[in-house]
Ligand binder design. Structure first.
Ligand code: DAH
Length: 338
């Protein structure tokens, strides 16, 4: 029995110095293995008087259970500490990661989406046309023959005989009217090209063309549509003004001005003191254009408008130079992110 007590104290002393799982395993073998301390104790049982054997055997078994429990307890604690150490050491510090920068929609896309959504809500369908266009659709079908002076304002890039980079999304009017018969309500956003370049003109820019052809369409319908768009884009107090103008494909033709969204019409540097900002051209579709596309102009009429999306974006977001729109400078673009 005295031996049992000694073994117990020796085991506990050694256990307290164990620092690794391997040392625990060695300890286990030393005390509980085939030729371990407890096993030799049990082997010695035969030398005891018969009446002492059961108590001794029970004591040794009790000790075995205690040792096992202590070893398990310590090894579980060691495993938990080891796991914690690895978690601390191996954890990924996400704050050091190079985050993928968030993208943002380009201001021209923002303006285009907003204008198209407004028109879609009024029943317009959105179409896209080719940027490489024929002289016929870009000019002739729109009542601009070869020798027409209106071509001067829309000099462009010619690719081959009769093929050019379109100067106006109006080209899509004729393409659409040739295949779709009235009632027509369409818009065509897209890039257009002209040989122009300064702070307010770029050789490539964006337009949205609108076309309505039906019976009994009036200039008032055009004005109502534009007022709806203007009030949503620039605020409900925005007023729309028509000024007489000329486009070969509309008769009558108008330039459309909006009250300046910067000063509300009082006059400022944005509107050059006039209180008005010119944003688009429009008019009633010239009967010749309808006839060119096989639509009976004695039965149908319509209105059309064409606006520069870049210009709208510049006014809306206070962009002072059109070149910023095309330079792809991230310092500029990221201001439009949410
Ligand atoms: N296409 C014209 C331009 O680029 C703008 C325009 C004016 C479009 C009158 C139209 C319109 O549809 O009716 O200057």
């Amino acid at each position: 029995m005295a031996n049992i007590q000694e073994i117990k104290s020796a085991f506990e002393k050694e256990l307290s110095t164990c620092q690794t799982l391997a040392q625990l395993q060695d300890l286990k073998v030393k005390y509980m293995g085939k030729s371990g301390e407890l096993t030799s104790l049990l082997k010695g049982i035969k030398d005891l008087p018969a009446e002492e054997r059961p108590t001794f055997g029970a004591k040794v078994n009790e000790l075995r259970n205690i040792f096992e429990e202590k070893l398990n307890y310590k090894s579980a604690a060691m495993k938990a500490a080891e796991l914690q150490r690895r978690i601390n050491e191996e954890k990924v510090d996400i704050s050091l990661c190079e985050m993928q920068p968030w993208g943002a929609l380009h201001p021209v896309t923002l303006a285009k989406n907003e204008i198209c959504s407004l028109l879609i809500s009024m029943g317009f369908e959105v179409l896209e046309g080719p940027e490489i266009e024929t002289d016929y659709y870009n000019f002739q079908s729109l009542n601009i023959p070869y020798d027409h002076p209106a071509r001067d304002m829309q000099d462009t890039f010619y690719l081959a005989d009769g093929i050019l980079l379109r100067t106006q999304t109006s080209a899509m009017q004729s393409r659409h009217m040739e295949v779709k018969k009235p009632p027509i309500k369409m818009v065509c956003p897209g890039k257009v090209y002209r040989s122009d370049s300064d702070a307010s003109h770029s050789p490539v820019f964006h337009q949205i063309e609108g076309l309505v052809v039906d019976k009994n369409v009036t200039l008032c319908d055009l004005k109502g549509t534009l007022e709806y768009i203007a009030s949503h884009l620039f605020g409900k107090d925005t007023k729309v003004r028509f000024r007489p103008s000329f486009f070969p494909f509309t008769e009558p033709s108008v330039e459309v001005d909006l009250t300046c969204c910067n000063c509300g019409g009082k006059g400022c540097s944005l509107c050059k003191g006039t209180g008005w900002i010119e944003v688009l051209g429009a008019g009633m579709v010239n009967p010749k254009v309808l006839e060119n596309c096989g639509i009976d102009s004695s039965e149908y009429n319509g209105y059309a408008f064409g606006m520069g999306i870049d210009r709208i974006a510049m006014i809306k977001y206070g962009i002072p130079d059109i070149r910023l729109i095309f330079e792809n400078d991230q310092r500029f673009l990221k201001q439009f992110g949410k």
